[in-house]
Design a binder for this molecule. Sequence first.
Ligand code: IVH
Length: 691
Amino acid sequence: MAIPEKDSSRAARLRHEIEKHDYQYYVLDQPLIPDAEYDRLFRELQALEKQYPELLQYHDSPTQRVGGKPLDAFQKVFHSVPMLSIRTETDISDEGAIAFDARVRRELKLGESEPPVEYSCELKFDGLAINLRYEQGLLVQATTRGDGETGEDVTQNVRTIHCIPLRLRGCDASVLEVRGEVYMSRRDFERYNEKQRAHGLPTLVNPRNGAAGGIRQLDPGLAAKRRLSFFAYGLGEVRGWELPATHSTLLDSLGRMGVPVSTERAVVKGAPGLVDFHRRVAAQRDSLPFDIDGVVYKVNSLALQQKLGFVTREPRWACAHKFPAEEQMTVVHDIDIQVGRTGKLTPVAKLEPVFVGGTTVSNATLHNEDETRRKDVRIGDTVIVRRAGDVIPEVVGVVLDRRPENAGKPFDLDRLLHGHCPVCGSAIVREEGEADWRCSGGLFCPAQRKQALLHFAGRRALDIEGLGDKLVDQLVDGGIVSTPADLYDRDKLNLQKLAGLERMGEKSANNLIDAIENSKQTTLARFVYALGIRNVGEATAKDLARHFGTLEKLMHADETQLQLVPDVGPVVAQSIVAFFAERHNVDVIRELLRGGVTPQESAGMPVETLPLAGRTFVLTGTLGIAREIAKEKLEALGAKVAGSVSKKTDYVVAGSEAGSKLDKARQLAVPVMDEQQFIEFMESMEARHET
Ligand code: IVH
């Protein structure tokens, strides 16, 4: 049956629109429309495709990213242009870069007086190499590198990677093979592991394994769960497309076709340029959103690349220059239990100090009892320690064939502690469905009190400089301070008392009192974070402050109201309610305010940058959530809330028994959401706003 022209062109239009929004969201990280609107486009396309299955013949529809059935095995695919690897410079000092430039100049027979060679410098992504084959601009096949000659067909899984275009923009070359690295961002890796940990399931060792394992799942549904990403760094077979003159402009072209290309790259001249890039990236390494294990230098001119050619399997025109490894082996001397701010008991491996990810590490977290047991970490074991980004170092696994005869017993937290908190002696508990043991001592436990104080004074909280571990130990053990409010009470904490402490000079004492005084002026977000509410990190604290605007409103919010805040689900909402239900906590807050701490109660952002800026909403009917809260929430995202429906209204939110406003909306074809849709809409808007 022929598809009516109006429907086939509508489908094409929708595919184009959705592709554009995928690109904005997944590649540029700049969504143009709310999720709900995207979902509407998506569903409309799905409906058309259901009606006319012929629309799917080219498989480039964004609805077809996931949907493939699990395979029995991957097909082998021969690479028409072999996938080579590059020489790795293991000398991590500047010498690595200098040696590469010298080699290139020698091969090109350049004399000393001749100008420096131009290089394209890139990151060395730590994932898995993939070849994406586009024919007439359509993604037709994706393959792993394999042995370089033959790889495996992983097309189904690669289609689930949202940032990879199913169709190139403005390129209909008969063949264009794009090569690059599939990787897992640190954030997606942490999120995946947190979920697994919470369910007592095995965690991924590192993002690279996450990416490699994800791509090799036979079930594309499982691959999609890993939320992988991609960066292009080169080409394979090319037919019907004219190559630019340089590698850097080649990457620019790929970027314009909608292929993700990292912006962290540079065109430099000579060895000094390489050295500079290596140093600059090394300094940024921890703050990148993904793992890299070094940088890659490539001779920028494609003509010179050709002239240089290959030695065996490696191009002479490229080289990888490594950074210190993010994983190392070392020995576990002991396993300690740390008591956290909320009483959480965390097993920590005491290690033979090891240089990893750029620093010396002697403690690494084992997360919790289940994970320690699953990995079967024992005293005396040789383990692999990972430290990447600013994440706390962790033990990722045991090297079993190095286990000594006299290694310790399997880990058992309860037995190790004889059922008592190692600091205060209170009973330890592990509630059903919880992965963590906790000390039941609350703020009676000095460890929790100390941690609470340190957290309160931390850089991201009230930022009281000079109030570190040692001092907090002395203040708490000496009975001078027991709650954050005591810091502001000059009867309790004053120069005279400080003078009596060990290693406390007059100057430091003065500085400390000044720092405490200065911390009184703070923001609501910092203050909320500083309280140390379980499950409320910095980001959530910011959202809470932005959403509620005042401390009083936050303190009185119930679980339903709290769940309207981005990323606040039932668990977080419950923690917040439980915190404010505790008399002691409210007393401390009141004392803090009385002591002069003044959280500044509006932490707004410029309206034009907010995701709902310029949108007008009308709320009508009876809503389960308070109308005022819905309004504030919308306004916090930049929207206007109007009283009546007109052509200028973008959305109507209709509760039960909505009347004339709803009729008017239908008349004017204004999109209408029910309350459930509204809640989901707000969640997704805020989640995007968040990222
Ligand atoms: S270029 C012929 N560039 O590192 C040159 N490779 O041995 C082909 N890698 O597993 C490679 N980032 O997947 C190149 N910016 C980058 C890279 C990169 C990571 C990986 C690649 C391969 C290994 C190179």
